[in-house]
Design a protein around this ligand. Structure first.
Ligand code: PGA
Length: 247
């Protein structure tokens, strides 16, 4: 049985004070949930969130750079994230791919460095609306998954979470329907099975993301292939995010 994992991707939201106030509440409200709960906060809040001594909620970052250290102005290393108490790091989010021009090769280097450092990557894949309309969804996610996981060892793949986020569903209020997302996620799992083994593929958790809300989470969690959600907008308010976690 795969433990469901619901992660909040706060993107560029919340000051340290706002972040600590919400996560302190969240940690109490979801204390007894069987779901693994992660908050991926901006870098600036991570150390303060870690200092809260959380019981339930785990911490993640939203990006990192693959180099160990050095002259990379504005970047953050995997070891720095580990040092401030991160367990997870979102890599290859569509906003990183589109706005900051990250490609599969760069994302793969980040995935490998995260794993080497002991961080669990949440590798994001997903198609654009044009790709969907052209019937390319499966090809796109298979290619992103294959390239993103290149060089990952069989002993490391269990640490990886994959998030299927159709780009047209992010922040738009549009969602994929549960069945459709389930099918795409099944093809991602088949890709993992080919790259590693069918047994290992059964252990890898694959989330759905894109306009997940308290009112639609169940539709996704009811699907056999969907193991959780990566939640943007609805993770910013404690009552909404708790509603999602208590699906
Ligand atoms: P959304 O964002 O829930 O606001 O659509 C999801 C994401 O980008 O991870």
């Amino acid at each position: 049985m795969r433990t469901p994992i619901i992660a909040g991707n706060w993107k560029m939201h919340k000051t340290v004070g706002e972040a600590t106030e919400m996560v302190r509440k969240l940690d109490e409200l979801v204390a007894d949930s069987p779901v693994e709960v992660v908050i991926c906060a901006p870098f600036t809040s991570l150390a303060s969130l870690s200092a809260l001594g959380l019981n339930k909620v785990k911490l993640g970052a939203q990006n990192m750079y693959f180099a160990e250290q050095g002259a990379f102005t504005g970047e953050i290393s995997a070891a720095m994230l580990e040092d401030v108490g991160c367990e997870y790091v979102i890599l290859g989010h569509s906003e990183r791919r589109e706005i900051f021009k990250e490609d599969d090769e760069l994302i793969n280097k980040k995935v490998l460095k995260a794993l080497e450092t002991g961080l669990k990557p949440i590798l994001c894949v997903g198609e654009t609306l044009e790709q969907r309309k052209a019937g390319e969804t499966e090809n796109v996610v298979v290619e992103q998954t294959t390239k993103g996981l290149a060089g990952v060892g069989a002993e490391q793949i269990r640490q990886v979470v994959i998030a299927y986020e159709p780009i047209w569903a992010i922040g738009t209020g549009e969602t994929s329907d549960g069945n459709d997302a389930n099918q795409v996620i099944a093809s991602i799992r088949q890709t993992v099975a080919k790259l590693f083994s069918p047994e290992l593929a059964q252990e890898v958790r694959i989330q759905y993301g894109g306009s997940v809300k308290p009112g639609n989470i169940k539709e996704f969690m009811d699907q056999p292939e969907i193991d959780g959600a990566l939640v943007g907008g609805a993770s910013l308010k404690v009552e909404d995010f708790v509603g999602i976690i208590n699906y």
